[in-house]
Write a protein that binds this ligand. Structure first.
Ligand code: HEC
Length: 197
């Protein structure tokens, strides 16, 4: 056998093998049931060996990878609110909580911004209780004016309590507004909106 003949035979052999491989893949690649991903060449580190956050976990106590926070811990920057949603809680919050925010222009401006986002739709841009949501009949209960003398004479802590826990039909803004911004909203109501009385 000459060298060329040997080469030709080898080439034929390779061709046949390649053809068999290609043909054998057709039924797999045309698979309409997509449960198998077929052969994967060099998956490398595509599949993590670590547990996914919400995957079952044979090692951890309740069989889940994501564990609830340890009892008694709180998220960074969260200040737990200690007054219950009762008339007594409201009274105590009014007596004990002091507005820590300085009444300067910048803080009042921030309070105005937050007020217009979170309160004005019900209590009105000027605080008179005539916000769009109520005025157009979509909201069933008339929000009170925030700029009556009675309302403005209530301590800041009571406002903070009401914003945090809600009041009757008004929902709570617990973590929707940062504590610091709640105090700024109160500043805005008392220092600026009050002038519209
Ligand atoms: C979805 C409508 C709605 C929004 C938004 C809303 N309120 Fe109210 N608010 C009400 C209604 C209705 C009442 C009356 C509930 C009641 O009888 O205590 C009320 C009551 C109040 C009271 C008086 C509660 C009392 O004890 O007399 C204050 C103060 C107040 N809201 C402040 C705010 C502030 C500040 C915001 C924004 C952070 C806000 N509200 C957002 C509907 C709303």
């Amino acid at each position: 056998m000459t060298f060329t003949m040997m080469m030709r035979k080898k080439l034929m052999q390779n061709l046949v093998i390649s053809l068999i491989i290609v043909l054998s893949q057709i039924p797999i690649s045309c698979d309409t049931n997509r449960n198998s991903r077929g052969y994967e060449y060099f998956p490398d580190m595509v599949y993590s060996r670590a547990y996914e956050t919400y995957a079952p976990n044979p090692v951890l106590p309740n069989g889940m990878t994501a564990q609830p926070p340890v009892k008694g811990t709180i998220p960074v920057n969260m200040v737990p609110y200690q007054y219950p949603k009762t008339p007594e809680g409201l009274r105590l919050a009014g007596l004990e909580l002091i507005n820590p925010v300085e009444p300067n222009e910048e803080n009042i401006a921030r309070g105005k911004f937050e007020y217009n986002v979170f309160c004005a739709n019900c209590h009105g841009i000027d605080g008179r209780g005539d916000g769009n949501l109520y005025a157009n009949g979509k909201y069933p209960s008339e929000p009170p004016s925030l700029i009556t003398e009675d309302m403005l004479s209530r301590p800041d802590g009571e406002f903070f309590h009401i914003i945090t826990l809600g009041s009757a039909i008004m929902g709570p803004f617990a973590s929707l507004i940062r504590s610091e911004d709640k105090w700024k909203v109160i500043l805005y109501i008392k220092k600026d909106l009050s002038g519209k009385n």
